[in-house]
Design a protein around this ligand. Structure first.
Ligand code: FAD
Length: 477
């Protein structure tokens, strides 16, 4: 009598696709029967403040596409609602698996969870194999000559580009070995309500979802990539790729994205590739310096005494600061979960350096709202803007919300999209409507103080306060 085929379990997390998938490839290639599973992890879901969460719906809908792809090839997807720490070992044991395959995650809580899962599996005699997938280079693959992590972007990028070769971009061809997929008993995917959530406006936003959605967005971006470097800073133009949510949840393989950029070449593709390098950079920063989750990368800036005015923070969250570009940005974020990179920088800078609110408050708010929220990128960028991070912008560089607006949304097209009350304000006043005379305001149909807030602070005065706060922190011992 021959021994039964060995069983493996592939645990999908932030890699919701059926192509170029390292963990699935290794499991399938090892042979035997391969089951696939996803856990709606209550340890994470329970912390989400809003029961209508676009990220949960995005995952839920992407899982449907993944399940269809697996079923079409003789497999299927087991979807569990519970604590992954216990659910994965329980499932692996029930299936009689000899190994669990997954991708590495670099967030401190995920590292802790995976270590826990690996220990429990080991006690059951089951192996846990974790592979690189979320980044091009792992945390120990790009180090300085002294073997230390880079903390400055430009030399990191140089080393990253120098090391890049086809080996790191090779595709993991899962289709070729799909016959090893095992079909689990048909259990319908839980409804959103079953996992405690409600539908959001994701359908109305027409955000392309799942692997097919990512492919469609990438195809569209490939038509624009050559002008990326010229257009990317203007929020009213469709300059960027809008792929961040797909990179976040792995409906797009980052290797595939980099292959596209490398094959295309030219200034647009090179500029885009540099953004993908930032993504790797912040990922390794979070891994090597996990203190950044709670504190400044540079400890001296933990001494900045932000006054943290709750009313100002609420006005910022709700897009009621009286600075049109900031308000349009925040209303866009609230309505769609997406925010253009330039606007993330302007809004973040305004919160910290005009309203003097701790960067962690803003970081938390973005974490709740961004479809593409990623701890490493969000934290790294907030610390960059707040000047507390590694290789951050100097504390005395403070965005002027009016000149940023004049430069990057010159005719107020983006502003008008999210602030319809300013629809008829002439272009030259749209960036600072309080500078209109009362007669001009009446002609434009918007009276500042009645129909739109007056500026919450005076930028010049606020700037001086910021300089004082940061200088005091640097002087303090
Ligand atoms: P594109 O311009 O097409 O860029 C392509 C990809 O490169 C992005 O999808 C993203 O994966 C990566 N990328 C681009 N810029 C950066 C960057 N500065 N740092 C790291 N990766 C980058 N990005 C996130 O993915 N998640 C976040 O939670 C996040 N929070 C941010 C918070 C602040 C305060 C700021 C200033 C930036 C933040 N970013 C974050 C980075 C950047 O704004 C977004 O990645 C980008 O706007 C996503 O849109 P896109 O896919 O159209 O970008």
């Amino acid at each position: 009598m021959s021994a039964p085929d060995p069983v493996s379990l592939v645990w999908f997390r932030r890699d919701l696709r059926f192509y170029d998938h390292a963990a699935l490839y290794h499991a399938l290639k090892a042979g035997g029967r391969v089951y696939c599973a996803f856990v709606f992890d209550t340890e994470i879901l329970d912390k989400l403040p809003d029961r209508a969460d676009r990220r949960v719906e995005f995952i839920w809908r992407s899982l449907q596409a993944l399940e269809r792809a697996l079923r079409a090839r003789g497999g299927g997807l087991l979807v569990v609602h519970g604590r992954a720490r216990e659910a994965i070992p329980r499932l692996a044991s029930a299936l009689g698996a000899r190994a669990v395959f997954a991708h590495r995650d670099y967030e401190p809580e995920a590292i802790d969870r995976d270590a826990h899962v690996a220990r429990t599996l080991a006690d059951l005699g089951i192996a846990f194999h974790a592979f690189k997938d979320h980044v091009i280079f792992d945390t120990d693959e790009i180090l300085t000559r002294e073997g230390r992590p880079y903390t400055v972007f430009t030399p990191y990028k140089k080393a990253w580009l120098a090391k890049l070769n086809p080996f790191y971009l090779r595709e993991y061809p899962v289709e070729r070995y799909a016959k090893a997929l095992a079909r689990p008993p048909r259990t319908p995917l839980p409804a959103l309500e079953d996992i405690g959530f409600r539908p959001t406006n994701l359908s109305a936003l027409k955000l392309p979802i799942g692997m097919a959605g990512a492919a469609a967005l990438l195809e569209d971006f490939e038509r624009r990539i050559d002008t990326y470097h010229e257009q990317r800073d203007y929020p009213a133009l469709g300059g960027p790729s809008f792929l961040s949510v797909h990179l976040r949840f792995g409906t797009l393989s980052v290797r595939h994205a980099v292959r596209v950029a490398v094959q295309r070449g030219g200034r647009g593709a090179e500029a885009w590739l540099a953004e993908l390098v930032w993504r790797d950079f912040f990922s390794q920063i979070l891994f090597h310096f996990p203190h950044v989750v709670a504190r400044a990368f540079r400890p001296e800036y933990d001494r900045v005494r932000y006054p943290n005015d709750e009313g100002r923070f609420r006005a910022w969250c709700e897009g009621r600061t009286g600075y049109p570009l900031v308000d349009a940005a925040m209303r866009c974020l609230n309505a769609t979960g997406y925010l253009h990179n330039r606007l993330r920088m302007v809004a973040a800078s305004f919160l910290v350096k005009d309203l003097h609110v701790d960067w962690r408050w803003g970081e938390r708010y973005f974490a709740e709202r961004l479809n593409d929220f990623d701890l490493a990128s969000n934290n790294g960028n907030w610390q960059w803007v707040a000047s507390t991070g590694c290789d951050a912008q100097p504390y005395f560089r403070i965005f002027n919300p009016v000149t940023q607006s004049q430069k990057f949304d010159p005719d107020g097209r983006f502003i008008r999209r999210y602030l319809p009350e300013l629809e008829n304000v002439p272009d030259r006043h749209i960036h600072a409507p309080w500078r209109m005379s009362l007669a001009e305001q009446q002609r434009a149909g918007v009276v500042v103080g009645r129909d739109y807030p007056p500026p919450i602070v005076d930028h010049e005065a606020a700037r001086k306060v910021t300089l004082g706060l940061y200088q005091a922190a640097r002087r303090a011992r």
